[in-house]
Each structure stands twice: as structure tokens, then as C-alpha cells.
Design a protein around this ligand. Structure first.
Ligand SMILES: *[C@@H]1O[C@H](CO)[C@@H](O)[C@H](O)[C@H]1NC(C)=O
Ligand SMILES: *[C@@H]1O[C@H](CO)[C@@H](O)[C@H](O)[C@H]1NC(C)=O
Ligand SMILES: *[C@@H]1O[C@H](CO)[C@@H](O)[C@H](O)[C@H]1NC(C)=O
Ligand SMILES: *[C@@H]1O[C@H](CO)[C@@H](O)[C@H](O)[C@H]1NC(C)=O
Ligand SMILES: *[C@@H]1O[C@H](CO)[C@@H](O)[C@H](O)[C@H]1NC(C)=O
Ligand SMILES: *[C@@H]1O[C@H](CO)[C@@H](O)[C@H](O)[C@H]1NC(C)=O
Ligand SMILES: *[C@@H]1O[C@H](CO)[C@@H](O)[C@H](O)[C@H]1NC(C)=O
Ligand SMILES: *[C@@H]1O[C@H](CO)[C@@H](O)[C@H](O)[C@H]1NC(C)=O
Length: 405
């Protein structure tokens, strides 16, 4: 698997090497390591330096900043973290040094109408806990750093003198596990920027529900509780949320923390998020974990929603229903909030050009995701879009379940 990834990155490098950093379709941006990070112990799982990719803004966007957390699942026990530390998910040593900036990170006005000329940063994910852990494992033979929170701080402190400290407008964004980081760090991002800056946050496919799986177990909850304990996350959760509940660790779930976030927030998510619903077998903490489907009744449905039987469709509609219930108060009461909850089988829709802004992109009420987010960010109109339930949306044709988490 690892060898395959190395081979793919090599091919990628040969095809799009540094000699064509500005091709028409693909913008490739170099990695920047954060050398000062070691001073505060802000290192990846394996002890390597954390990193980001920065592409400078220009023209009217030169003082505006978008920071995008990379996603990539989590590791919630020692064996899985040791495994991850040997891959690009746990070490900058194994990461591609050039990253494609597309969709919300594109520098082309016709592909990214509202943010193309901003300073755009991708924060690489190498801690396995949504940039929120702060502990260490060391038993003499094995060593793992759980320093996601420190990595987040180290990157911000590196960017402040590069212009972030005088930002006029800023957007903290992220996909999947990175979108969860957006929920966790949104208000602190605001605190670290000038008080007169306009700061907002966006999560893309990060609204992971505290949901029972089809065998009625709280699979996701137990997965997260292990993660919180292993990586020392509790002290970095939203304090106001924790004070007002008996089960403070649940504040890791966006649905409980959301009402305590004071920064204007946009929630982009599929109501049938393929990570939570039909995601392939290797993910054991979704709505349909393999342990709950020993006979593989869901296999066909997982690969293609058109193959689901009526009962399976009901289960998927239940996920959408519960997501809308969890978002109801935000929908009704958040004046500064925005949302785009569509019914495509997707996971992460802002980073890929196909789903962000293209002729055949997904739409709700004829608005693309890029238009919806831009309208909300610049207060051009109130943007709270909820799609009709599957299978009514005819703009989803270009989406297939992706392996990106
Ligand atoms: C921007 O994107 C459009 C549409 O894909 C393309 O025609 C144009 O060449 C791109 N511009 C640059 C500078 O790459
Ligand atoms: C340290 O932890 C690793 C991983 O759990 C284990 O394989 C190893 O045996 C442990 N070493 C000691 C000395 O306990
Ligand atoms: C790194 O730390 C040193 C000493 O604290 C400081 O002088 C330098 O500006 C820092 N560099 C960056 C890029 O933050
Ligand atoms: C914020 O205040 C500083 C200092 O007064 C000023 O230079 C800057 O232009 C202001 N920024 C915005 C977005 O108003
Ligand atoms: C969030 O930011 C505030 C102000 O900068 C800081 O005091 C606090 O420690 C931060 N929260 C966490 C969990 O570090
Ligand atoms: C916390 O638990 C106590 C006792 O079980 C209960 O009375 C109270 O309502 C609970 N509070 C919340 C916020 O759930
Ligand atoms: C549900 O959870 C219980 C208790 O953790 C466990 O024993 C059981 O195997 C789980 N069922 C499935 C189908 O995973
Ligand atoms: C949908 O929006 C496009 C522009 O993005 C426009 O050309 C088209 O006429 C609109 N369709 C409807 C039905 O409003």
C-alpha cells in the first residue's frame, strides 16, 4: 500500500514536476516546513516537522487569508498510530512536497470566483487527531507524539509574521477530519487574529453525527472516546460546551459544540455523507460497520446507492433525518450562519473543482457550492440551503464515493 503511494507520488512528480508549477489546469504549491515547531514539541506522530503549503494572494485579496485543514481520518489506539506514523498521514517525511490547489484553493477567478486572489494555505495533517491532541506515548521501545494542538499553534505563529497578523478577511476551512478541526479551533482562530478582521469558518464534510449504527451501537462515539483519551484532547475542547453538559467529552462532536461557537459558521455537508453512511469496508466506525453486517447485505448498496433496497434506503434517509434534526437550531437561530446540505453521495466537496464550481457541479436552488459559500461570506444573501431527499437531486451525476477522508 505504502509502496503504491510512493510510486503514485513519483509518477505525479514526473508528470507535474517543479518545471511546470503553473500549468493551466493544475496549480502545484510547494511545502513549507515549520522549523521552530520543535521548540514547543509541535511535531507529527513520528517526530517529523509539521508543514503547510502557502500560495500568496494578490490584488484586492492580498490581505485576505484562507486556511484549509487537510483531512485523513484518525488513529485511536497505539497500533493504528504506529502504523500511521510510517505513512503520509503521520509524517511529513512521506508526504508529497507539492500539493494541488484546486476548488476553494484555486487561484483562477473563473474556477474560484470569491477567494482566488486570497492568500491560500493548506495545513498538512500528520497528528491523527484533527489537530487537537496534546500528549505522548513512550514505553521505551515505541514513541509517538500526539501534538496536533501544538502543530495548529505553531503553524499560526509561523504565518502571523507572514501577513496573517494584519489580515482583513479570513476564512478557516477544512475537509473531513480537517473539518472537525475547524469546529474545534474556529473561535480560537478568531482570537489569534486582529480584532477588526472579519473572520469566519467553514466545515466541509465534518458534521460527524453521534449516531447509533445499524446494530444500535454508538460506534462513532466509542471510537472518538478512545481517541480523546489516547491523544489528550479533552483540555482542548470548547470550555463553554463542556461546562454545560454531563458528558463533556461529547463536545468533540460538532452537533453539541456548535451552539457555543460564536464566529460566523458555514456548514457544508452531504446529508448522506459517504464516510458516515455507505463508506467501504475499511472504516469500522460508520453507520454500517462490517461487524454489524457480517453477511455483507450492504455491500452492493455501499458501492452504488441505486443498488440499495427499500429497507437500506430507509436507513440512509434516517441518517439525513438525524442530521437535519441536529442542525435544526442552527438553521433556525444562527443569524450569521450558512449551510449547504445536499443529497449527493459525497465526502468533501470544496477542494475538488468538479464539486466546487463547474458547469455540472452539484447545485441547490441552482446555486453551486462556491456561490453559496461566497454569498454567505460576503453577506450577499442569506444562504441556508437544504436539498430535497435522495434521489431527487439531478445535479449529483458526477459524484462517486471517494476514498478521500
Ligand atoms: C482559468 O480557468 C479557465 C477555465 O478552466 C481557463 O480557460 C483559463 O485558461 C484559466 N486561466 C489560467 C490563467 O489558468
Ligand atoms: C511498547 O508498545 C509497543 C506497542 O504497543 C509494544 O509492541 C511493545 O512491546 C511495548 N514495549 C514495552 C517495553 O512494553
Ligand atoms: C524562530 O524562533 C526564533 C527564536 O525564537 C525567532 O527569532 C525566529 O523569528 C523564529 N522564526 C520563525 C519563522 O518564526
Ligand atoms: C485594523 O486596524 C488596523 C490598525 O488600526 C488598521 O491598520 C487596519 O487597516 C484595520 N483593518 C481593517 C480590516 O479594518
Ligand atoms: C484559545 O485562545 C485563547 C486566547 O488566545 C487561549 O488563552 C486559550 O488557551 C486557547 N485555547 C486553548 C484550548 O488552547
Ligand atoms: C446532569 O446530571 C444530573 C444528574 O443525573 C441531571 O439532573 C442534570 O439534568 C444533568 N444535566 C445535563 C445538562 O444533562
Ligand atoms: C456492540 O457493542 C457491544 C458492546 O461494546 C459489543 O459487544 C458488540 O459486539 C457490538 N456489536 C457489534 C455488531 O459491533
Ligand atoms: C441556473 O444558473 C445558471 C447560471 O449559473 C443560469 O445560466 C441558468 O439560467 C439558471 N437556471 C435556472 C433554471 O434558473
Amino acid at each position: 500500500m505504502l509502496i503504491l503511494e510512493i510510486m503514485l507520488s513519483l509518477l505525479f512528480f514526473l508528470a507535474f514536476g517543479p518545471w511546470c508549477v503553473y500549468s493551466e489546469e493544475r496549480l502545484l504549491v510547494e511545502m513549507t516546513l515549520v522549523p521552530n515547531a520543535t521548540v514547543n514539541g509541535a511535531v507529527c506522530l513520528d517526530g517529523s516537522l509539521p508543514a503547510y503549503h502557502l500560495h500568496r494572494g494578490f490584488g484586492a485579496g492580498v490581505n485576505n487569508w484562507i486556511l484549509q485543514f487537510e483531512g485523513g481520518g484518525w488513529c485511536n489506539d497505539i497500533p493504528s498510530c504506529l502504523e500511521r506514523a510510517k505513512t503520509r498521514r503521520g509524517s511529513t517525511r512521506y508526504m508529497n512536497k507539492l500539493e494541488v490547489f484546486s476548488g476553494i484553493l484555486s487561484n483562477n477567478a473563473s474556477l474560484n470566483p470569491d477567494f482566488y486572489n486570497w492568500n491560500r494555505v493548506k495545513l498538512r495533517y500528520c497528528d491523527g487527531a484533527s489537530f487537537s491532541g496534546d500528549s505522548k506515548f513512550d514505553n521505551g521501545t515505541s514513541l509517538l507524539y500526539f501534538r496536533g494542538y501544538k502543530i495548529w499553534e505553531a503553524i499560526i505563529h509561523d504565518l502571523l509574521p507572514k501577513g496573517l497578523a494584519t489580515a482583513c478577511k479570513a476564512l478557516l476551512s477544512g475537509c473531513s477530519a480537517g473539518a472537525l478541526a475547524t469546529f474545534l479551533h474556529c473561535d480560537n482562530f478568531t482570537k489569534m487574529l486582529p480584532s477588526n478582521a472579519s473572520v469566519k469558518c467553514l466545515s466541509d464534510a465534518g458534521f460527524f453525527l453521534d449516531e447509533r449504527d445499524i446494530s444500535l451501537n454508538y460506534t462513532m462515539r466509542s471510537f472518538y472516546l478512545d481517541l480523546i483519551a489516547l491523544q489528550g484532547i479533552e483540555k482542548n475542547l470548547n470550555q463553554n460546551c463542556m461546562r454545560s453538559t454531563n458528558n463533556s467529552k461529547l463536545c468533540f462532536f460538532p452537533q453539541y459544540a456548535l451552539k457555543y461557537i460564536t464566529t460566523p459558521y458555514f456548514i457544508l455537508n452531504s446529508a448522506y455523507d459517504v464516510f458516515q453512511s455507505t463508506f467501504p469496508q475499511q472504516f469500522h466506525h460508520s453507520l454500517i460497520p462490517p461487524s454489524a453486517d457480517l453477511h455483507g447485505h450492504w455491500n452492493r448498496c455501499k458501492l452504488n446507492p441505486a443498488m440499495c433496497n427499500a429497507n437500506q434506503i430507509n436507513v440512509l434517509q434516517g441518517l439525513r433525518h438525524d442530521m437535519l434534526v441536529a442542525l435544526n437550531s442552527f438553521y433556525k437561530n444562527s443569524i450569521s450562519g450558512g449551510m449547504f446540505i445536499n443529497s449527493c453521495f459525497a465526502h468533501c466537496q470544496s477542494e475538488s473543482q468538479d464539486t466546487w464550481f463547474a458547469v455540472d457541479s452539484p447545485r441547490i436552488h441552482n446555486k453551486t457550492i462556491a456561490e453559496a459559500v461566497g454569498d454567505w461570506y460576503f453577506s450577499r444573501r442569506i444562504t441556508k440551503e437544504i436539498d430535497c431527499p435522495y434521489p431527487c437531486d439531478t445535479t449529483c451525476h458526477n459524484l462517486i464515493p471517494s476514498a478521500q477522508v
